[in-house]
Design a protein around this ligand. Structure first.
Ligand code: NAG
Ligand code: NAG
Ligand code: NAG
Ligand code: NAG
Ligand code: NAG
Ligand code: NAG
Ligand code: NAG
Length: 520
């Protein structure tokens, strides 16, 4: 024993792990009253409109016959866990920049900023829509322009509707008209006098153009026409029903056609350039997540006065403006993805569409970089899919670990009223550059006597700052190994199990790690 250390220093790591585990919470065998049903589509995606064809690698390489197999591999990994391909919304700011040019051969041309608008224009041709056929068995929410006005606007909406219905048929889930119209004035897309009444009138007009085009092209599809709205940037429920806010839009008749079937909100945890934004305080922080989602929970309830549709997060990611290197592209963001998505599931937000553009630092994967990369946040999406799983009648509930530490978080998952898994996240930041040993904590739960133990699926990486070396359940999904297909890299991790002892299940997590305990 080296004499420089006092006996107490040998006890220290042990004491630390004791203090963090607190009094073990008791899990009930059947769902608690606040358990919420989970959709198999909980983890879904949103793809920036102008980048959508880029996910078809053939566009980039000029090879017209081969879709982007890497994207398909990554989406299929999620489908293997949930039974369904993630739903894809195609939209974002550039959805409202798009003007259709019938003779254009290229799917998308970015034409730069034009007079009278702060936004870069985008022109699309008929080949844009062929990208909708690329992913197998996938349902889509196509975004249609609202900002482009006048006859170009009407022609674009007609063409978008016609081509989308032709490309998608029954894979057309629901249509979105306009992206964040509450920011149209900010982007100089509308005059300063434009108000919520004008918006509602334009939206209703656009919905009629879409409906009549669809009736001409596919009368059966037209019968079930449904819209995804309002897709505002803001969540203000406002004191005044004349403010430019989602509630006001509904109060002024947005759903007067009774065809809004899903309510859509947008959310980011902060801005990429925001002051004081850090991995630990902004992303790896359960309180910060609850705070960020709370206005949506209020809005979703208030909107029920006007429309009984379910509420989803139609476009979201960690930090707006594409994200920030070192914050949104690192492993800590994967842990954030898990807590952020599961928390929303407990709040009855049925889907979370993670926004991706070609190379932004929050993208789950980058299909068009050379070489393409699976990014750390993707592993969070995968853990969510594994939590959702294949079993029927899933429900989820937040589990208070009782340790008072907002850097930890947990959930219980039930299937057909039976407890089947527990998710535990230790979001205490550990940096791979640290010179000190990585701290660990033991988390214990009191389990029903029927539970004998659990298979452990662990989400881990060298640290919260890691860009690579991420594994889930011992598997890597990196592009460099097998183009995003699973490759076993840690055989012991793939077989990890814990056994129940005297009605208690304990699992040890290093700082910046997460686990799913699949109970048996
Ligand atoms: C297209 O790309 C695929 C994959 O890289 C390749 O196998 C195929 O030969 C290419 N086709 C042509 C016509 O170049
Ligand atoms: C923008 O407007 C200015 C002044 O009216 C005009 O000179 C210029 O050609 C316009 N540019 C474009 C790209 O239309
Ligand atoms: C991919 O894009 C190219 C060019 O736009 C198109 O010709 C091809 O049909 C697309 N592939 C699929 C599977 O959609
Ligand atoms: C039409 O759009 C342009 C640019 O987006 C904007 O400047 C103009 O005010 C709009 N017109 C109306 C009537 O809203
Ligand atoms: C909506 O459509 C009606 C009828 O076509 C038209 O009179 C009105 O100007 C349109 N309103 C807007 C805001 O486009
Ligand atoms: C919007 O402006 C019009 C006049 O341009 C007015 O009639 C209408 O009441 C306004 N709507 C709201 C919600 O203030
Ligand atoms: C977590 O977020 C809350 C709310 O923004 C903040 O008050 C708290 O300081 C944050 N905690 C940490 C550990 O950064």
């Amino acid at each position: 024993m080296p004499s420089s250390k006092s006996p107490i220093s040998y006890l220290l790591p042990f004491l630390l792990s004791l203090t963090r585990s607190a009094a073990a919470p008791t899990l009930s065998e059947s769902p608690p009253g606040d358990a919420i049903p989970v959709s198999p589509y909980l983890n879904s995606f949103s793809i920036e409109f102008e980048n959508f064809p880029l996910l078809n690698l053939t566009f980039m390489t000029g090879n017209a016959t081969h879709p982007n197999q890497f994207s398909i591999n990554l989406l299929s990994n999620l489908a293997k866990r949930t039974g369904v391909m993630p739903m894809i919304r195609v939209g974002g700011s550039t959805q409202d920049d798009a003007q259709f040019i019938p003779s254009q051969e290229e799917p998308v041309i970015v034409i730069g900023v034009t007079n009278g608008t702060d936004r870069a224009g985008v022109t699309i041709g008929p080949s844009f829509f062929s990208s909708y056929g690329t992913f197998p068995a996938t349902t889509y929410i196509p975004g249609i322009t609202l900002a482009v006005n006048g006859s170009e606007g009407i022609e674009t909406r007609q063409a978008e509707t016609a081509y989308i219905s032709q490309a998608l048929g029954n894979s057309l889930e629901i249509i979105e008209i306009g992206n964040e119209p509450d920011l149209f004035q900010h982007w100089n897309r509308r005059p300063s006098t434009w108000n919520v009444t004008d918006y509602v009138e334009e939206w209703l007009n656009a919905s009629k153009v879409i409906e009549s085009t669809l009736t001409k092209n596919d009368p059966d599809l037209a019968k079930n026409i449904a819209f995804f709205a309002p897709s505002f940037a803001g969540t203000d429920v406002g004191d005044s029903l004349n403010s430019f806010a989602p509630l006001a839009a509904f109060a002024h008749g947005l759903d007067s056609g009774n065809n809004i079937k899903v309510l859509s909100g947008h959310n980011y945890m902060g801005s990429a350039t925001g002051a004081g934004v850090t991995l630990q305080s902004t992303l790896m922080n359960h309180t910060s997540i609850v705070k960020s989602i709370s206005s949506h929970v209020t809005l979703a309830k208030e909107l029920q006065k006007y429309c009984s549709a379910p509420y989803v997060m139609g476009e979201t990611n960690s930090l707006s403006g594409g994200g920030a290197a070192g914050l949104t592209n690192v492993f800590g963001a994967a842990l954030w993805v898990v807590d952020y998505t599961l928390w929303q599931a407990t709040q009855n937000i049925q889907r979370v569409h993670f926004h991706n553009s070609a190379t932004s630092p929050y993208a789950a994967w980058s299909p068009s970089t050379i070489p393409p990369t699976t990014n750390a946040p993707y592993y969070g999406n995968l853990m969510v899919a594994a939590t959702v799983g294949l079993l029927p009648d899933r429900s989820i509930s937040y589990l208070d670990l009782g340790n008072g530490d907002e850097r930890t978080s947990a959930y219980t998952i039930y299937s057909s009223s039976k407890l089947i898994s527990v998710v535990i996240l230790n979001m205490i930041e550990y940096l791979s550059t640290s010179s000190t040993a990585r701290p660990k904590s033991t988390f214990s739960v009191n389990i029903p006597t029927s539970v004998k133990g659990a298979l452990v699926e662990r989400l881990t990486a060298p640290g919260a700052d890691a860009l690579s070396g991420v594994t889930f359940g011992g598997f890597s999904y990196d592009y460099s190994r097998a183009e995003g297909k699973p490759v076993l890299v840690d055989a012991a991790a793939a077989l990890e199990e814990v056994s129940a002892k005297n009605g208690v299940l304990s699992v040890t997590l290093q700082d910046s790690e997460g686990v799913i305990l699949h109970l048996f």
